[in-house]
Design a protein around this ligand. Structure first.
Ligand code: LUZ
Ligand code: MOS
Length: 750
């Protein structure tokens, strides 16, 4: 089944925040933000700005009736700055005017006097000064000290990975409208409507029931709207609260890039120990996470980094420590993979380093250490149904791996100015929010008397097709045509206290809740049918919009059945709650069983580099991916393709640069390059690994949003091997993104 939104998207009829018809008298907001990365506000003078014709009001922290706070995990982030400034782009005032251009003009009239202080942008400096968001955390398995002494080989090194701009097509946006009795309705481009509702209620000192948050769909998010949609919604709501007027904001791209946080850059230090037969015996790593100026989701992201320390490998002795370093950059935030990719890049770097030193192929070490059933992850969970080795073997067989390696060698022996490289990238990603209490969802189903159905869940449609999957669940349970089911907007008055659409878990959690609600209704409808058809309940089945007695079709159709149930006063509405069973985690021991299951897969990537220019082409990425039993192959393949390209962008070309004053030098699409049609792999071949599926996944169809992002990491090592093929003196370092400039330097370093 195709994405139910595809027609609307193609015709331009799908509605995003900026497409919502505005009320008469709607006002427009514009943010006045910090021009410096660190300092103290001495004076804020907005008298002239407020005089400008068409300016309605300029809001500062003084206008906030409740807590000036949007920090969800740690209360360390004011909505509007009070005295201190912590990053360039930090909101200070919210200008509300009759038009956006007036608000923009007013911004230029605001005078800010400040005392500028030296900014910290570097994690090593932040760590030395002990500028931490939370105290460091350590996960341990076995005994690394003793184990390192027994290793035949020990290698140390460092690895860095860069940040990443989300570049969702729809920028951050919100539209708030007044309702009676001081209530406010907000349309927000958020992954987490319940968190927006809670934050706004606290800021306005109102009970949550006075704030309604509604989401039709997002134009992409990738994690960038898990936490960071809140500020804009809160500013609009603050203005609506005071002015009793509708207020809208839709960030301009450059403002969005400047003001919002991104993927966390990491700098990491590793030590890896192996035995003669290339078993990894011990692994030790320190992760330095660049959190930016406030906590945001950094502690949770740090935690996922720790969980993914050893990727899809079993290492019996591990010590992994992670530091969340506070710097003067915009608070970094969730981004597809959520700290997992950063961890996985480091162990892949450690393995590559060992392989280069030992003069073996990287894959000789990788394949030899894949996690198998009953191995223990460093956080205590035992591997079950591991597909690490199986997906690896499938890649070898289905894509003729020996042939591929040979072709690369042949090419390299025949060509001087072009070299090829090939790499394996296995992945293993844990599915569930690492914060156990977040693993729950609600669904609400109405069957209308004409047989049509309306479904509400806590899931946010952001292009990934979750609404299509939800529709499939309902249509499947009742065995009715898909056109009979409609997905309603995601709204806090229909589905309350939802977790954000994140952690790849949304189809699982909301799908399971929806399945439960539909099954409860199904029982009532079968009961009704058995009464009408005068037969036992157990004999009734609903199939293709008809009631069946055992396998014999009756003439009781779906519409008639629903109508009869309605007249018999059977309740045709139902809600249900689902909470992932079995998972738990004890933070005092850093042990538990945090994930419902893991998603596995293996990719092989082949690249060709141009040894004169340093530029490169990605010839192919061939993947065996663990979909479980996919409930929608079109959507799932689309997720894998998009994730691979986004992962390659992160590891190769997307280079965020800040100067020492904390200014983003890559603040536009002219200076920040994301993959386009010319730079994507020429071939992306995706095949499923054969498996029974996973009971904890909806219809055994595994979570797909984030895991394939990490296939992109393989490109780094394919390029590196190509550089090595050209320059025998190349000193491999692990400093992503591997831009053409760095390739060129690598090709000619001595
Ligand atoms: N968000 C979150 C996430 O709050 N917790 C998680 O574990 C997570 N994992 C991936 C992406 N978003
Ligand atoms: Mo996410 S990084 O699943 O919002």
């Amino acid at each position: 089944m195709k994405n139910i939104d595809s027609k609307g998207h193609v015709k331009g009829e799908s509605i995003y925040i900026d497409d919502i018809s505005t009320q008469t008298g709607t006002l427009f907001g514009y943010v006045f933000d910090s021009p410096i990365a660190k300092g103290i506000i001495k004076n804020l003078d907005y008298a002239d700005a407020e005089q400008l014709e068409g300016v309605v009001h300029i809001f500062t922290h003084k206008d906030i009736p409740g807590d000036n706070q949007i920090g969800a995990i740690i209360r360390d982030e004011p909505l509007l700055a009070e005295n201190e400034l912590h990053y360039i782009g930090q909101p200070i005032a919210f200008i509300v005017a009759e038009t956006e251009s007036i608000a923009k003009a007013a911004k230029k009239l605001i005078k800010l006097e400040f005392d500028e202080k030296p900014a910290i942008t570097d994690v090593v400096e932040a760590k030395e000064k002990k500028h931490f968001i939370i105290p460091p955390r350590t996960f341990k398995l076995g005994d690394v000290e003793t184990a390192f002494k027994k290793c035949d080989y020990v290698f140390e090194g460092e690895a860095s990975s860069g940040g990443q701009e989300h570049l969702y097509l729809e920028t951050q946006a919100a539209y708030s409208t007044p309702a009676e009795n001081d209530c406010i309705k907000i349309s927000s481009s958020t992954q987490g409507p319940a968190s927006v509702q809670k934050a706004v209620a606290e800021i306005l000192k109102l009970p949550m029931h006075k704030i309604e948050v509604d989401v039709i769909r997002l134009g992409g998010a990738f994690g960038g709207k898990e936490d960071q949609a809140t500020a804009w919604a809160a500013m609009c709501a603050l203005a609506t609260y005071h002015l009793k007027k509708a207020v809208k904001i839709s960030l301009h791209r450059l403002d969005d890039i400047r003001m919002t946080g991104k993927r966390h850059p990491y700098k990491s230090f590793f030590k890896i120990g192996l035995s003669k037969d290339l078993k990894i015996i011990a692994y030790e790593v320190d992760f330095l996470q660049n959190a930016g100026a406030a906590a945001d989701l950094s502690p949770a992201i740090l935690e996922r980094t720790l969980f993914h320390t050893t990727n899809s490998y079993f290492v019996p002795n591990v010590r992994s420590t992670a530091y969340s370093c506070k710097t003067n950059l915009p608070p970094n935030t969730a981004f597809r993979g959520f700290g997992g990719p950063q961890a996985m890049f480091v162990i892949e770097s450690a393995i590559a380093k060992a392989a280069y030193e030992l003069n073996v192929d990287i894959s000789d070490i990788q394949k030899n250490n894949l996690i198998v059933d009953n191995n223990e992850f460093l956080y205590g969970q035992i591997a079950q149904n591991s597909l690490a080795l199986k997906s690896w073997q499938c890649v070898e067989n289905q894509f003729n791996i020996n042939d591929n390696f040979k072709k690369v060698d042949d090419f390299n022996s025949k060509n001087i100015n072009h070299k090829k490289g090939i790499s394996f990238m296995p992945i293993c990603f844990g599915i569930s929010f690492t914060n156990t209490p977040m693993n729950h969802a609600n669904a609400l189903v109405h069957i209308y008397q004409d047989g049509s159905i309306g479904v509400s869940t806590g899931a946010i449609e952001m292009g990934q097709g979750v609404n299509t999957k939800m529709l499939q669940v309902a249509a499947n349970v009742f065995s009715i045509d898909k056109n009979k089911v409609k997905l309603e907007t995601t709204n806090t008055t229909r589905v309350a206290n939802s977790s954000p659409t994140a952690a790849s878990s949304t189809a699982d959690l909301n799908g399971k809740a929806l399945l439960k609600a539909c099954n409860k209704l199904l029982i009532r409808l079968k009961q009704t049918a058995s009464e009408i058809l005068n037969t036992d309940f157990e004999k009734i089945n609903l199939k293709n919009e008809f009631a069946y007695i055992d396998s014999k079709k009756s003439n009781l159709g779906w519409n008639e059945l629903v109508k009869s149930a309605f007249l018999k006063r059977v309740n045709l509405s139902e809600s249900a709650y689902y909470a992932t069973p079995k998972i738990h985690f004890d933070k005092s021991k850093e042990k538990g069983h945090p994930f419902a299951y893991h998603v596995y897969g293996t990719a092989i990537t082949t690249v060709t580099i141009d040894c004169i220019r340093g530029i490169y082409d990605i010839d192919s990425v061939k993947i065996i991916h663990d979909f479980g039993k996919s409930m929608n192959e079109i959507l799932d393949k689309g997720q894998v393709e998009g994730a691979v390209v986004q992962g390659i962008g992160w590891i190769t070309m997307e280079e965020l640069k800040y100067d020492e004053k904390g200014r983003n030098l890559s603040n536009a699409l002219s200076s920040y390059k994301i993959p386009d049609i010319y730079s994507v792999p020429k071939v992306i071949d995706i095949k499923p690994v054969e498996t029974e599926g996973e009971d904890m996944a909806i219809f055994k169809s595994k979570a797909v949003g984030e895991p394939p992002f990490m296939y992109g990491i393989g490109t780094y090592f394919a390029i590196q091997k190509a550089v090595k093929a050209f320059n025998p003196n190349y000193k491999a370092n692990f400093d992503a993104p591997f831009t053409p400039e760095k390739v060129l330097l690598g090709l000619y370093n001595k």
